[in-house]
Design a protein around this ligand. Structure first.
Ligand SMILES: C[S@@+](CC[C@H](N)C(=O)[O-])C[C@H]1O[C@@H](n2cnc3c(N)ncnc32)[C@H](O)[C@@H]1O
Length: 344
């Protein structure tokens, strides 16, 4: 939708792009049509690894944090209000010309337009495709207090706007952390590690000699580096679904994401399960928590021979899955086996 609104704004003269200088695009996604922009002068700021890599592969200069000064900036609004404000403030801080904001109604573009009008001169928006695009005169000072500020949570964890569960510990992850055995095996990974909550709890168990935090969001991983300072931790900015460990893990912990954009996408969690099975040793174990309504049981059945529902509580299911290497031999049998549930 960005492309349609941008083209309309350029065609009807509501917007003109600078003839020289870099145009920053904050938060463009893998499939976004940026053909209205001069590719050789575009810098895309995208901390999510799959989107980052896809845009870089298309030929865009792609970075995880803005570099240099910009002649203009386009901010693609994320859903989280504070993350959107932080993106606009970051754009304003480094842009000499216009800052263009684009977003869907469902991502709160109307509220953001109202908020921007209170702070800066805002041009008449272009309205199309259930969203709006508007330009504001870069107003660094007026927007400075929207800049990303770290949030400190109970237990001293630090997060930042836009990362998963920025405002509090996820109840599903808390359930998984509480259920971990007193002792874990030596080589552990946390797939979709976020700002490091599960990894921090795993490191408090006996037996762990190494834990890899595999996370696609560079901003979340930066928070994790702050939260998990144990030298047994290693930080991997990677797409977990394509991740290949140098040696198999003895245990993988995860609370997999269930959407890459607004719409729920169980295929992402299913890809996490397949990646976990590929990266575990034959006697390795997966500990996974997920919302109860998500269709993960069949994916577990397809990739693990032994699956136990450790606890089903408060809308979450916590699974322990073992014997990934024997999955093909046992897949049919396990499908017919009743699930064992340990209730609390
Ligand atoms: C449900 S959150 C869990 C975060 C963290 N483990 C916790 O307990 O707070 C899922 C995490 O997966 C990350 N993620 C999403 N897609 C990913 C991918 N393809 N590869 C790796 N991580 C991904 C998200 O950024 C998010 O931090």
């Amino acid at each position: 939708m960005l492309a349609t609104r941008l083209r309309r704004a350029l065609e009807n003269g509501a917007l003109t792009l600078p003839e020289t200088g870099i145009i920053a695009v904050f938060g463009a996604r893998a499939g976004d049509d940026l053909s209205a922009l001069p590719m050789e002068r575009v810098q895309v700021i995208q901390p999510m690894r799959p989107d980052h890599d896809a845009l870089a592969a298309r030929g865009f200069e792609t970075v995880v944090a803005p570099k240099g000064r910009f002649a203009a900036a386009i901010v693609c609004l994320p859903r989280a209000r504070d993350a959107g404000r932080a993106r606009i403030a970051a754009a304003a801080a480094q842009t000499d010309g216009t800052v263009i904001v684009d977003g869907q109604k469902s991502d709160g573009v109307d509220a953001m337009l109202r908020a921007c009008r209170k702070r800066a001169a805002v041009a008449e928006p272009v309205v199309k495709g259930h969203g709006k695009l508007f330009a504001l005169a870069a107003a660094q000072a007026e927007l400075a207090d929207w800049a990303a500020a770290p949030v400190t949570l109970p237990e001293g964890f630090v997060t930042c706007p836009g990362v998963f569960s920025a405002d509090g510990i996820d109840p599903g992850s808390a359930l998984l952390a509480a259920a971990l055995p007193r002792e874990l095996p030596a080589r552990v990974a946390d797939f979709g590690a976020g700002w490091g909550y599960l990894a921090a709890h795993a490191l408090a168990r006996d037996g762990v000699t190494q834990i890899d935090l595999v996370e696609a969001d560079h901003d979340a991983l930066d928070c994790a580096r702050h939260n998990v300072t144990d030298c047994r931790a290693r930080f991997r900015w990677a797409d977990a679904t394509a991740f290949k460990a140098e040696a198999p893990y003895d245990a993988i912990l995860m609370n997999p994401p269930f959407h890459a954009s607004r719409a729920p996408d169980p295929a992402l969690g299913q890809a996490f399960i397949a990646a976990a099975a590929r990266n575990l040793a034959r006697d390795g174990v997966l500990w996974m928590v997920a919302n109860r309504h998500l269709p993960y049981r069949a994916a577990l059945d397809d990739t693990f021979a032994e699956i136990e529902t450790v606890v089903a509580q408060g809308g979450y299911c916590l699974y322990r899955a073992a014997r990934p290497a024997a999955r093909r031999r046992h897949a049919d049998r396990s499908r017919t086996q009743p699930d064992r549930i340990r209730s609390r």
